[in-house]
Design a protein around this ligand. Structure first.
Ligand code: NDP
Ligand code: CU
Length: 473
């Protein structure tokens, strides 16, 4: 009972330039669990034939249509590539199938629940159990879930390692047919490293999260000192209740704006480096590369903080403190028979401040949405870079202007500088202002033209007469 599923066009699995499906080879999968079933289904969709080796060939759960199921030894006999979709704890059963597996390729897909659980990697352990098979470590970075849903996650990189070049080549072909990109990590001794990859928890988020936490802690204590402690020491007033909303609603937008500008700073720095070097064919320093790689996470964290700022701002009218102050003001105006004058400048300023905030936030949300893989995959490169670069800088501009309008002429008043320190909003304007000025400089026609030529491959002759040949392709 074999299948010859045609390549399905809705899941882009068809490998480019590969043979047509019918004569595809037979792959054996040990274990009818989650990964075994999903991998088998994808292999069948790609045109492979699949046979399962199971402890219970007659009573296992429903399998992908078209797959065969038999005992481990029978199944191993039929195929040259066997994928062991079984947990390491159960590998000893494989010794019974050693004669049938001899000389074949055995793929180890296993992962561990934590680092350093065993003295040797799972793949090396498997190789020691079956010295006469060629063990290849692969597929451990994919998940049954993404295979089943055909999500873009399933198109991620597969790491490969093993001691036999032929065995690795066979597995590489299999993985490429599944639409996965393959990265060879070398000998089987690299298996431990490969097994540790899936255990990394949000590796690209670590730096942005540390930064957000650090900045939040710094600004919290800075503003706590300037607002609450200052009032307590200098004016003998206890306004500690402000920590919960007022202080939080200062810290969040401050950190959000700094993080948003840190998203765009590496881009302009990179442009200046290219202008200075007069070439795009030289690598950026490592720190800049790493910074560029976590821009999306920086932006998403900044968006989260901006959301908090919006929510905290919306609840201002229902705060007890605010309602109390408004009522007290109205009562005192009536009691003292004062008249208040409507100040058009203040009205303009406050409306512009709010308007810039709203525009900045809406664009910010748009940036966040377009960074989602499902949306960004649907955009062309030009559309994506238009949104992320042009709209991104516009967002930064609106949010920065929002903060300048908030400050307005406060910088002129000596009372602003409590204990000779500048207020938080002033500090947070430094980085975004620098980024915007640098971006404006890049947009100057002469700079823009040079950068455009460099990005098209033009090179300025170096002082040492390096010539115009690319230094690195
Ligand atoms: N699930 C996932 O997304 C991923 C899993 N992996 C790795 O793939 C392997 C399988 O994972 P998964 O499919 O989730 O696990 P499951 O628990 O869903 O399935 C494991 C299968 O192993 C077989 N099995 C269980 N006990 C024994 C035993 N004592 N002797 C022989 N066979 C046994 C069973 O198949 P049967 O009853 O047919 O014999 C069972 O269905 C693991 O090593 C895991 O680390 C790697 C990447 C992702
Ligand atoms: Cu604001």
């Amino acid at each position: 009972m074999t299948t010859t599923h045609p390549c399905r066009s809705d899941i882009s699995l068809c490998p480019l330039g590969t043979k047509s499906a019918p004569e595809r080879e037979l792959v054996c999968i040990f274990g009818t669990g989650d990964l075994g079933r999903s991998l088998g289904q994808r292999l069948l969709q790609t045109g492979y034939r699949v046979v399962y080796g199971s402890r219970r060939p007659h009573s296992c759960d429903p399998l992908p249509q078209g797959a065969q199921v038999m005992s481990h030894t029978e199944a191993a006999q039929l195929a040259t590539v066997v994928i062991a979709c079984v947990h390491r704890e159960h590998y000893d059963f494989l010794e019974a199938a050693a004669p049938q597996l001899k000389g074949k390729v055995l793929v180890d897909v296993s992962n561990n629940s934590e680092k350093g659980l065993y003295p040797e990697s799972n793949a090396e352990y498997l190789q020691s159990l079956l010295p006469e098979v060629s063990v290849v470590k692969a597929f451990n970075t994919i998940s049954a879930w993404s295979l089943q849903n055909g999500s873009s996650d399933a198109h991620r990189q597969v790491y490969l390692c093993g001691d036999s070049a032929d065995a690795k080549q066979a597995v590489r072909e299999l993985a490429t047919s599944l639409g996965l990109s393959v990265l060879d990590r070398g000998c089987l001794s690299a298996a431990r490293e490969v097994e540790d990859f899936p255990l990394q928890l949000f590796p690209q988020w670590r730096l942005p999260l540390c930064l957000a936490t650090g900045l939040t802690a710094f600004f919290f204590f800075y503003l706590l000192t300037r607002d609450v402690i200052y009032a307590y020491v200098e004016k003998d007033k206890d306004i500690s209740f402000r920590i919960m909303v007022s202080l939080a609603n200062k810290v969040f937008p401050i950190v959000s704006l700094i993080m948003l500008s840190l998203c765009y700073l590496p881009g302009v720095l990179a442009a200046f480096i290219q202008l200075y070097r007069g070439t795009k064919y030289r690598r950026f320093p490592d720190w800049l590369d790493r910074w560029m790689l976590c821009r999306k996470q920086l932006g998403l964290l900044a968006l989260g903080l901006a959301f908090l700022h919006v929510l905290y701002t919306l609840l201002i009218p229902i705060r007890y403190y605010v309602r109390y102050k408004i009522a007290e003001n109205v009562v005192s105006v009536i009691r003292e028979n004062r008249t208040t004058v409507f100040d058009t400048t203040v009205a303009w300023r406050s409306d512009s401040y709010l308007s810039m905030g709203i525009l900045g936030f809406v664009l910010f949300v748009l940036l966040g949405i377009t960074s989602l893989p499902s949306i960004s995959n649907a955009l062309s490169w030009r559309e994506f870079s238009f949104v992320q670069s042009k709209l991104g800088h516009l967002t930064l501009f609106f949010c920065t202007l929002h903060t300048y309008l908030y400050g307005w002429d406060r910088f002129l008043r000596p009372s602003t500088y409590k204990w000779w320190t500048p207020p938080g909003y002033m500090l947070c304007l430094v980085v975004p202002s620098v980024v915007l000025v640098l971006k404006l400089l890049i947009l100057l026609p002469c700079m823009d033209r040079s950068l455009g030529r460099i990005r098209q491959g033009w090179e300025r002759r170096g002082p040492e007469g390096e010539g115009t040949k690319p230094l690195m392709a």
